[in-house]
Design a protein around this ligand. Structure first.
Ligand code: LMR
Length: 339
């Protein structure tokens, strides 16, 4: 008899502990805010939603991911500051925007025609050199988790862009990268850094005459409604880095980390398998609207662009050092055209 009373008392005491202060014993979920600047229908938007599903599944609900698309939480530059402050836990920005983090080396991948070839781009982002650059991000409190390849850039404008001289005097929107600034100036254009979330209105009101981007962004942001011409130039590349706040990431419990690592891996695989198709489909869809005059550079026309733009590679030796650039060539398999 005594044993059963004692047992009841222990159970009663344990129940009291569990619900002391009206709180349940199940801890509140860890909130992961994932902010990005593109449409939910763009490759990055879809990969973010998949990451949410997988992260919540593989952590058995210990994590809740809140996705904020289309600059709804933070715009380009703001989001990097918010990540470093720990106000947001996940971003996947273009690596052309890492300058404000104080890691200027990532601009090097904006060198014209360096990463045009898909195999060169994939080889580069998987090279040991990226591991060294990742360390520089970690020193700034940013943990790179993966790279998402969103393919080659094309140009849009309200005039045809066939030969380099067509850019002369045009106000062209660029991302915040010193190399992209140099590319625009080499073409005789006037570069203007504008946040992606403000680009549609800037094109619509004539603040800028044109921009360069991947077709899936041009499609999902409806830039074809405010631009008359599109040139398939494949002169640059859009590579994202899925990044988190290092202090937040290192402080996660081991079981949560392994669940999130699995979600990162599978959403990265999804992104790299679907972005190329989405960009190819976007070009077809943009053409079908009939609102844009499309032009694919011929080999001869492309050579004229390469000849015009290769001096930027040489000019940038002053910023990155000749050896660093030559190492990027070697790691990516890029062979600079003989001038
Ligand atoms: C841009 O700013 O043009 C792109 O980097 C936006 C994005 O995240 O795709």
């Amino acid at each position: 008899m005594k044993a059963s009373v004692a047992k009841l008392l222990v159970l009663a005491f344990a129940a009291a502990l569990l619900f002391a202060g009206g709180k349940s014993a199940v801890a509140d979920p860890i909130i992961v805010k994932f902010s990005h600047v593109v449409s939910p229908d763009a490759p990055k938007g879809k990969a973010a939603l998949l990451f949410k599903q997988l992260a919540e599944k593989y952590t058995n609900g210990k994590v809740t991911v809140e996705v904020y698309p289309n600059s709804s939480l933070y715009k380009d530059k703001e989001e990097l500051e918010a990540l470093q402050l720990g106000s947001v836990q996940l971003l996947a920005p273009s690596i052309s925007k890492f300058g404000p983090l104080g890691v200027k080396e990532f601009d090097v991948f904006d060198l014209p025609f360096l990463m045009t070839d898909d195999s060169h781009a994939r080889q580069m982002m998987a090279s040991p050199m990226i591991g060294e650059l990742n360390k520089k991000l970690e020193d700034k409190g940013v943990e790179p988790l993966a790279y998402w390849d969103n393919g080659a850039h094309v140009y849009t404008a309200n005039v045809p862009l066939i030969v380099p001289d067509d850019f002369r005097g045009l106000k062209m929107r660029i991302q915040g990268s010193k190399v992209l600034d140099a590319v625009a100036r080499q073409l005789g254009a006037i570069p203007q850094i504008i946040a992606f979330g403000e680009l549609y209105q800037s094109l619509q009101t004539g603040v800028v005459d044109g921009e360069d981007n991947v077709p899936s962004n041009i499609w999902t942001q409806k830039f074809y409604d405010v631009q008359k011409h599109l040139t398939v130039s494949n002169h640059g590349r859009l590579t994202y880095s899925l990044i988190t706040n290092k202090k937040f990431w290192d402080g996660l419990p081991a079981d949560v980390r392994s669940g999130l690592d699995r979600a990162v891996k599978e959403s990265t695989q999804f992104f790299n398998e679907t972005a190329a198709k989405d960009n190819a489909d976007a070009l077809v869809q943009i053409k079908a609207t009939g609102r844009v005059q499309m032009h694919v550079l011929t080999e001869t026309e492309k050579q004229a662009w390469v000849t015009k733009l290769m001096p930027v590679h040489k000019d940038m030796q002053g910023r990155f050092g000749k050896d660093f650039i030559e190492r990027v060539y070697k790691e990516s398999g890029f062979v600079p055209p003989q001038s």
